[in-house]
Every structure is written in C-alpha cells, then in structure tokens.
Unconditional design. Structure first.
Length: 182
C-alpha cells in the first residue's frame, strides 16, 4: 500500500481567469476583457495562525492598592480626637502630644478626616507633624470660628499618643503603708 504524498509547500490560492471560448471571434485574438470570465465564488483557503492560549495581561494596580489600603485600615485603628487649639488667623488646627501612625503611606485627606459638628469638611488641607504635635493647615476657610467651639471640631485618623516624660509618678500609701503608684 502506498502512502499518500504530503507536501509542506504552501499552495497559492489565486484566481486564474478563464477565457470563454464562445465569445471569441476570429478577428479578436488578443483576449479582450469581453472574453474573460471572472469567477463569482472566490474563497481563499488560507489558514491564519493564532495562539490557542493567548496571555491576558491584567492590570491589578487598583486591586493591589485597595488591598493595601484595607490592610492599613485594619492593622492600625482610626482614633477620634478633639482638636486642642485652633488658630483662625493661620487657619490651622493643632493636636498636642500625638504622632501620626501611617507608616510609609503618610497622612493625606484620603485617609484622614476633619469633622465640624460631625460633618466631614472637604479635603483641601495638609497634615504635618511638628515636634510632638500634629498640625492641620486648612487651605480654604471651611470653619466659621465665631460660631464653633473647640469641642465641636474633631479629627479621625491613625494617631498615637506620645507619653509626656515630665509627668511625675504619684505615690499613694494605704493605711497598711502599702504603696500604690499611679
């Protein structure tokens, strides 16, 4: 039994015009356009190569960023703190003896809130640590300081208390001369 011959050569799929013999006349041997039949069903049998398993590139930047934000939210607690001092001339709010606990991310209006009467003010402000204090500088006049008391302004953020080293321990003694250190 003979094996079938397989050729790896590419076949050219081209349309060869056929000459209609019935339209030929004796005086027209040049093969004018009248005598050429154009085929109507021209299907090319070409095979296009495609990868059956294409690699899909997925942009996970926002998903990863959201995941890191969620980890930060749950790893460090948001603390609500009243403002200690506000300065209506410089448009600043100051909280004494605290530090920011944001790691490498840094505090920004996206992860730090300033509230007046419990209402969130727009995020056009900057947060900085100055010594042992946190200073919030408002870039616009959001707070009417004439109608607001210091107890009406508070912030929510990742803050850590800084223990003051100048506090003295208080020693109390009981009736039995036992010492209680506060």
């Amino acid at each position: 039994m003979l094996k079938q011959f397989n050729s790896n050569n590419r076949k050219l799929n081209r349309v060869v015009p056929k000459v209609n013999i019935n339209n030929l006349t004796n005086n027209d041997l040049t093969g004018s356009l009248q005598n050429i039949e154009i085929p109507t069903n021209t299907k090319f049998q070409s095979k296009t190569r495609s990868n059956p398993n294409p690699i899909k590139l997925v942009n996970n930047k926002t998903t990863i960023s959201d995941f890191h934000q969620e980890i930060l939210e749950h790893s460090a607690r948001y603390v609500q703190r009243n403002v200690d001092v506000f300065d209506n001339n410089l448009n600043t709010l100051t909280i004494y003896n605290v530090s920011l606990d944001y790691g490498t991310e840094g505090a920004s209006p996206n992860n730090f809130e300033v509230l007046v009467f419990g209402l969130h003010i727009p995020g056009n402000y900057t947060i900085k640590e100055v010594g042992n204090n946190v200073v919030i500088t408002l870039n616009e006049q959001y707070i009417d300081y004439d109608n607001v008391t210091i107890n009406d302004i508070y912030v929510m953020g990742k803050l850590k208390d800084i223990p003051i080293g100048t506090e003295l321990d208080i020693v109390l003694s009981t009736e039995n001369d036992e010492e209680i250190i506060l």
